[in-house]
Design a protein around this ligand. Structure first.
Ligand code: ATP
Ligand code: FE
Length: 355
């Protein structure tokens, strides 16, 4: 089976071709055109600009993916496209393009939930078997999912405010470090003392899997202002200490909540043997190492897909499409683009009014 995947829900225009079976799929091509530079001067992704950039680039990116896979539209078994959740203008660009290709070629259309793409990636890269626990930590998302099948998810908890990636980015901005904040905070933290400042770990002792990161960012802002008023500026060491303290606080929260999520997951699916991570924040070595250590203690397997497949890409969408294809789950030209689409809401309602 050969599937084209299309992804345009945030600030990456992506297309990929995946071929094979659910248990043995290979990525023939994986093209990502990032918009980071386009949004660089705005301090965040501007939805209107993103939508226009997707619309301008998407044909080109799809052409590149098909050419790199040495295939063309008529050879495809299906066209899988992210139908949400995400910035609606971007999602629409992808969905309209996929519909056009499908209508013109007769190749079936499959709508995919972007979060399902992330959640299924460990199966594509490492052959992880259901059920498993997934921690999705990116710039826009932070949630624990019990994955029991490609169309069977339970959200066990998540952030009630900012995502960790967003908190890294804001912390970098507060401390005058370059964007994206994750890597620059991580580098600065290496020279810092994590206990120099006392920083909060919100909701740490609450007995659920929910998290909160916006208070941490506010604490960083206050601590910075205190240092500046005492020292007349922000010394390099204080900046490093704040980065180290911030990163350690995020790590502590993610590990403590992973423990609660594993208990919750096992209560629903006792055979859970794996914790997998996805999202850009999974690139952080302190967080990664702490989660790995936690998994050793709990005797569960830890899986972190390669970073290029942890962040937004279309190979994950093509693979999710392949699994839906195998179960005959197709969509038609009434497929709607949806800004919100919780994973544990069954996809049968995807086609049609979009409500
Ligand atoms: P989403 O995929 O949820 O739509 P996104 O595209 O912003 O959101 P990703 O591309 O998965 O998310 O990840 C980007 C985020 O990961 C940024 O917020 C970035 O700061 C963070 N990040 C990247 N590298 C690191 C790192 N080494 N440590 C911590 N955070 C990191
Ligand atoms: Fe994503």
């Amino acid at each position: 089976v050969t599937i084209l995947g299309i992804e345009s829900s945030c600030d990456d225009t992506a297309a990929a071709v995946v071929r094979g079976t659910p248990r043995n799929a290979g990525i023939l091509s994986d093209v990502v055109f990032g918009q980071t530079e386009i949004h660089a001067n705005f301090g965040g992704v501007v939805p209107e600009i993103a939508a226009r950039a997707h619309a301008e680039k998407i044909d080109y990116v799809i052409g590149q993916a098909l050419a790199a896979a040495n295939t063309n539209v008529t050879d495809l078994d299906a066209i899988a496209v992210t139908a949400g959740p995400g910035l609606i203008g971007g999602v629409l660009s992808g969905v309209m393009c996929a519909k056009g290709l499908s209508a013109a070629s007769g190749v079936p259309l499959i709508g995919v939930n972007h979060l399902a793409g992330h959640a299924l990636t460990p199966q594509l890269t490492d052959g992880v078997e259901f059920p498993y626990l997934m921690l999705l930590v990116s710039g826009g998302h932070c949630q624990f999912l019990l994955v029991e099948g490609h169309d069977s998810y339970t959200r066990l908890g998540g952030t009630i405010d900012d995502a960790p990636g967003e908190a890294f980015d804001k912390t970098a901005r507060i401390l005058g470090l370059p964007q994206p904040g994750g890597p620059s905070v991580e580098v600065a933290a290496r020279e810092g003392n994590a206990t120099a400042f006392s920083l909060p770990r919100p909701l740490l002792n609450r007995d659920d899997c929910n998290m909160s990161f916006s208070g941490l960012k506010t604490a960083i802002l206050r601590a910075r202002d205190d240092v500046i008023s005492d020292c007349g500026g922000l010394p390099t060491q204080a900046r490093a200490d704040l980065c180290a303290g911030f990163q350690t606080a995020v790590t502590d929260v993610l590990v403590a909540k992973s423990r609660k999520a594993l208990t919750a997951a096992r209560a629903l699916a006792p055979s859970v043997k794996t914790i997998a991570v996805a999202g850009g924040v999974a690139a952080n070595s302190q967080i990664r190492d702490a989660l790995k250590q936690f998994c050793v203690e709990e005797s569960v397997e830890f899986v972190a897909p390669p970073l290029s497949l942890c962040t937004d890409n279309a190979a994950m969408i093509a693979y999710a499409g392949l699994l839906r294809f195998t179960d005959g789950m197709f969509d038609d030209l009434t497929l709607s683009a949806r800004p919100r689409w919780p994973l544990d809401q069954k996809s049968a309602s995807l086609t049609g009014s979009g409500k």
